[in-house]
Unconditional design. Sequence first.
Length: 543
Amino acid sequence: MNRLVLLIPVLLTLLSGCSSRKKADLLVTNARIYTADSSFSVADAFVIKDGKFIAVGPGSTLKSEYEADSTADLGGQPVYPGFYDPHAHFLGLGQVLSQADLVGAESYDELLERLKVFHKQHPDALWLTGRGWDQNDWPEKAFPTKEKLDAAFPDVPVALMRVDGHALFVNSKALRLAQVTAGSKMPGGEIILANGQPTGILVDNAMQLIKRVIPQPDLSDKAKMLLAAEKVCVSLGLTTISDAGISPDEINLIDSLHKTNKLKIRDYAMVSLGEPNLNYFLKRGPFQTDRLTVRSFKLYADGALGSRGACLRKPYSDRPETGGFLLLGPSELERVSKLLYDSKFQANTHCIGDSANHLMLDIYGKLLKGKNDRRWRIEHAQVVSADDFWKFGRYSIIPSVQPTHATSDMYWATERLGPIRVKGAYAFKDLMKQNNVIAFGSDFPVEAVNPLFGFHSAVARQDAKNFPKGGYQMENAVDRKSALLAMTRWAAYACFEDQLRGSIAPGKQADFVILDRDIMTAPTPELRATKVKQTWIGGERVF
């Protein structure tokens, strides 16, 4: 009897231990988990329930504390927070997937050959469209003219977007349909002429003269494009993207695809600037769902450096008759910024040239006055004057940059800017030091979608062939820890979502990616060869 009495507490303890294990959906163990939390800790296990991380720590401890429906032993594989692209064109990627791919064409003749192949595959297309050409990659680096395009395609209109999205190359058929002549004008844009006639090149706002007559996809077409774009993104480890400038109808479409669970990827949508859009959203206010956030507007101050539409404080070194131009006047940019300041919306302004950056930093500073938590952003912050960097820190302005822009432009950037001014271009480390934060995106489809290309460009300052030896302007390279934070937690911070995701921590949404090698330790030349093994969003495997 006494022995039974003594055993009862032991049995109760054992029973209590069995029943006290907490229920969970997934337990991941034996991994090398870069949490990207505030202490940048590395763990070997985590637990997920109801789409969120509920515990992170030693596998032995979590195994004893949790009973999961599924378990995964990763055999030491590296795990990171889901990659976050804070500046991309998600719908634009879907559109490009249905057009002729001109990325990497090394000459005008190669561009024509690719178009001919595409035209044979789409013989009934009303317009022949494509994207990705870059005359800076060609033996003749001047803008092309339409004569060869006319000879190859005399009867079908052709419209080809430059890689940066800031210049359009069209044939005579397209010009006639759009009724564009040498006398056509468009504020904030340029129709390039030769011998008094259009060459077929239209820069920035002038592209609208052509775009308005090109048949546009309907919402059903756009839904298919979004789903096609998602497949590409999740296969490369992206779990959240920022759609840098879309319409209310497109935002509502994304929301509907989320609600029907057809679209999984999370989207921080920036509203395209325009009076109807301003009126609609300023009245409605910001809103957020589990997978969609709308609390920012995308503004354009200027164009792109490659097409010489970026607005510079002094003329282009290789075209001294121009210094580029603004897409909106200073008074309009200030008016819109004041409207946003008086609302709860974030201002995210495209600024490439040092004049555009100077203008917008001063407009922001006039409104923000000092340190703040409005998290207003300069998108690209590509060429910044030496006397303007401090303004990012003074006014808590976030630089939202694209590391692969540096390694795409490095071959010709000095020609555009000269040897002194170029030192303020792609200055990621100098920008990061202002607030100890920076956001790394891709601007896809302007650049490749793969976020690991940006990681490599940021730390090595080299292209896919590991050129140049020793890196490009290495004084502005960043370390790997900063690069990872810039595409996870800091990117989420730039979108007011750092409390929701961006790190692997209890309470955060369970977005993570498993890679085939550790990008924190792998040899630099191998970084671009890294492959995604799995992508998870909200505790659901999507790739």
